[in-house]
Design a protein around this ligand. Sequence first.
Ligand SMILES: O=C[C@H](O)COP(=O)(O)O
Length: 342
Amino acid sequence: MSHTKDDRATAPVQAGPGALPATREPEPGRNPGMPLDTAMFEGHAVNRSAAERRAATLGTRRSVKKQHQAAWLVNAVRLIDLTTLSGDDTEGKVRRLCAKARSPIAPRIAEGLDIADMDLTTGAVCVYPTMVPHAVDALEGSGVPVASVATGFPAGLMPLDLRLKEIEWTVAQGADEIDIVITREHVLKQDWAALHDEISQMRAACGDAHMKAILATGDLQTLRNVYSASMVAMQAGADFIKTSTGKEGVNATLPVSLVMIRALRDYGDATGYRIGFKPAGGMKQAKEALAWQILMKEELGRPWLEPDLFRFGASSMLGDIERQLEHHVTGRYAASHRHAAS
Ligand SMILES: O=C[C@H](O)COP(=O)(O)O
């Protein structure tokens, strides 16, 4: 999913006004999108209580066996988009985060788990656009992709041409992945044509950078809207669909994730394209990392336990995962401040 370092070297350094990033041959297997087809979602019923019941079984009935938990937690580390999206972000904070992404588990824990040779990294680092150059520099040679939010994150209430320019600028700085936000009003008015048009233009502006479409599900009022918006985002060419910005009142939840995953499966059945999924916002605990991985494996299978098809958007989940892994190795818990993620 990420660009290689060589790709970055050939990417345009400056996007002039209105310039689109250079696009190479279409990437094999990448979702090209399709014209809006409302028949793929209109009339689709979503049963909220069934989704809630299904979500409630995760982490209980099918919880991961104790002896396998460390392996699942190590896998979760590979899937994290290690994130900082705060008004007080600085170059220093981003560089510290990138150092953590390169080496997410303390060496003593990695040795205890016998994974010191694994070259474990997080799935990506996710930052605001002006922080992208610092992240690109700090991650050089690591293979860890740089993701950036764009399009007037988190509300997205800016003229579309400015949102598109923000994408182009951010890609020109070296971002490998762009997390866009949608206009929630289009969903609330069920103006699917406007939503499809907006996201299609964003996808074109991303060029070779992969696009994650943040639906901000906490703003969308109904699960039916969540299903429809998921389908429109994929029809408009999203590489990933993502639950939340982390700034809504309600962020990633398992029932909403289930609805999005079912949309992703239906889109895959209809088109043959595999779309990625990124729950984001409010996930802080290792047990959540387990529950979501179980959900992905049961609903979609093992390919969705790999970073090209699944990411956790989280600023503070890594600390608890590291803490649980240390407990696995030593039988003791360290103070949580020893495992702060940034
Ligand atoms: O995309 C990632 C989210 O903004 C992270 O949210 P969080 O700070 O609640 O983990």
